[in-house]
Design a binder for this molecule. Structure first.
Ligand SMILES: NC(=O)c1ccc[n+]([C@@H]2O[C@H](COP(=O)([O-])OP(=O)(O)OC[C@H]3O[C@@H](n4cnc5c(N)ncnc54)[C@H](O)[C@@H]3O)[C@@H](O)[C@H]2O)c1
Length: 314
């Protein structure tokens, strides 16, 4: 059933959510505090939606675009919305201010969801009158091509909110997981942080170049991960399944895990070095075009997965 969905913040994640909801047949109001960001988002949406059409992933570019309306005020955007997806900056004060404004503006039947990458729901909703309808719905970038959404409520979040959130997102072709206890970074980013922490050390210690490290994921782990997770992966990596795998490799891998547990500060001097390395292979002005390339590759992969799911099963 078509609903009115408000998308607040029109950067990377907000404009991508706008496509998810519009593709599902909803009417989307898109708001950003910065009018330049809002008009840029509308231009970028045209490009991405045209790519979706030319890749056969939607039937009508005009239908999708026609259901997305830009709004210059928060009040106008959220009026009569049944769902709000917030995508402002990753800053708890900004999010709390927005959620308390929206909590005042909207009836308790409207679900207020945040795309936050790592802030627990309670830090956003704590003390608010309508805390029961506030939830985190964390996507991966870009949500219009990566279907995962992590739902994570605060203790005050009502079961009905989680139930309705799952229903709406699954009807929009998203793959929903529920986080059972509040935790910073949920699951996706906890896994990503563990990987990045080790990746940074391997590059800094001169064990491998950044480019070769990326190759290891792109032509190795990542290729397999696009069809199965690490649990299923190891179940298939020894003739007798997961227990056999752990008996064979567990002692060596435990010793490595102990070495990996040290933390180096994630500080500016480190960021500058990594920036220098990346700029040697990709000038800053090429990033936007490269993101379009990424999205087109993901579109092709989506089509391939749809076909191969039919032939081989998921
Ligand atoms: N980039 C990612 O990989 C990623 C993935 C998943 C979730 N997220 C989360 O999504 C949210 C948005 O991230 P992003 O990557 O889209 O950032 P972004 O910088 O691309 O976009 C943020 C947008 O929010 C706008 N904004 C700032 N304050 C606002 C306010 N008070 N009201 C309305 N708009 C406001 C900014 O003008 C900007 O256009 C963050 O919470 C982030 O953690 C990001």
């Amino acid at each position: 059933m078509s609903q009115k969905i408000a998308v607040v913040g029109a950067g990377f994640i907000g404009r991508s959510w706008a496509m998810v909801f519009s593709k599902a047949g909803h009417h989307v109001s898109l708001y950003d505090i910065d009018p330049v960001a809002l008009s840029e988002a509308m231009n970028l949406l045209e490009i991405n939606i045209a790519d979706l059409e030319s890749n056969g992933l939607i039937s009508s570019k005009d239908d999708l675009l026609g259901r997305i309306q830009p709004y210059k005020t928060l009040e106008g955007a959220v009026e009569d919305a049944e769902w709000v997806q917030e995508n402002a900056l990753e800053n708890v004060q900004i999010k709390r201010k927005l959620f308390s404004q929206m909590d005042e503006l909207l009836p308790e039947t409207t679900i207020l969801a945040s795309s936050t990458s790592a802030i627990p729901c309670s830090d956003i909703s704590n003390g608010m009158k309508g805390a029961g309808r506030i939830i985190v719905a964390h996507p991966a970038n870009p949500p219009y091509l990566l279907p995962i959404v992590e739902l994570s409520g605060a203790p005050e979040t009502k079961d009905e909110t989680i139930f309705r959130a799952k229903e709406l997102l699954e009807a929009a072709d998203m793959e929903v997981i529920t986080i059972n206890k509040e935790i910073k970074g949920f699951v996706l980013n906890r896994l990503q942080v563990a990987l990045l922490n080790e990746a940074f050390k391997l590059v800094e210690d001169g064990i491998v170049s950044g480019a070769d490290l990326d190759k290891t994921i792109k032509h190795g782990l990542g290729l397999r991960w696009s069809i199965m997770g690490p649990m299923e992966t190891i179940d298939l990596n020894a003739p007798g399944g997961i227990r056999d795998y752990l008996e064979r490799f567990g002692p060596a891998f435990e010793a490595i895990a102990k070495e990996q547990s040290s933390i180096r500060p994630w500080d500016t001097s480190r960021f500058i070095k990594m920036e220098e390395e990346r700029r040697k292979v990709m000038p800053i002005n090429d990033l936007r075009e490269r993101a379009r390339w990424r999205d087109r590759r993901l579109m092709a992969l989506t089509r391939h997965k749809e076909e191969s799911d039919k032939h081989y099963g998921k």
